[in-house]
Design a protein around this ligand. Sequence first.
Ligand SMILES: [Zn+2]
Length: 184
Amino acid sequence: MPAAAPAPLPVDPASDVVLELGVPGWVYVAGAPYELRARRGERALARARGPFVEVSGPDRAERGKALARWYRRTARELLGSALAADAERLGLRPQRLAIRDQRTRWGSCSTRGTVSLNWRLVMVPPPVARYVIVHELCHLEHPNHSPAFWRALAAALPEWRDGHRWLRRHALALMSYRPAHSAL
Ligand SMILES: [Zn+2]
């Protein structure tokens, strides 16, 4: 039996809750916990199935890798559609989305228009991930942190400070999250 369901991640940036992401048997998508069902199997594979995420593999290491790949696929899907929606709303055209495993940053934007996002953003409440997405989109026109950049961000997402604050508060818990060690 897995441990009791952990609470959803708080949305309120002022919440004092310390995120305990390393509850074995649970993964997080968009701030909500999903029960992880791990089993032995020849093929290393993870997929969402109803309210569960199933992961199989010949051993724990392979199941860990499958889970990490699943998180990245899910990040590409969900963060990708959030990026597309805000890009369209703001009339901006990112060239490419890269999902990355950065250890010290949430996102970046290259001069060629590639927006890179940390896959861990798929774990957090959508308004929090959205702050990073809109921040990077604003870099398409302002490749710096000039006053003009911050004005553009405030116009594009007036509540940007909430997401910024949330991520600062919980950065350590999220950045130290490793699927193989934290969930299996
Ligand atoms: Zn920036």
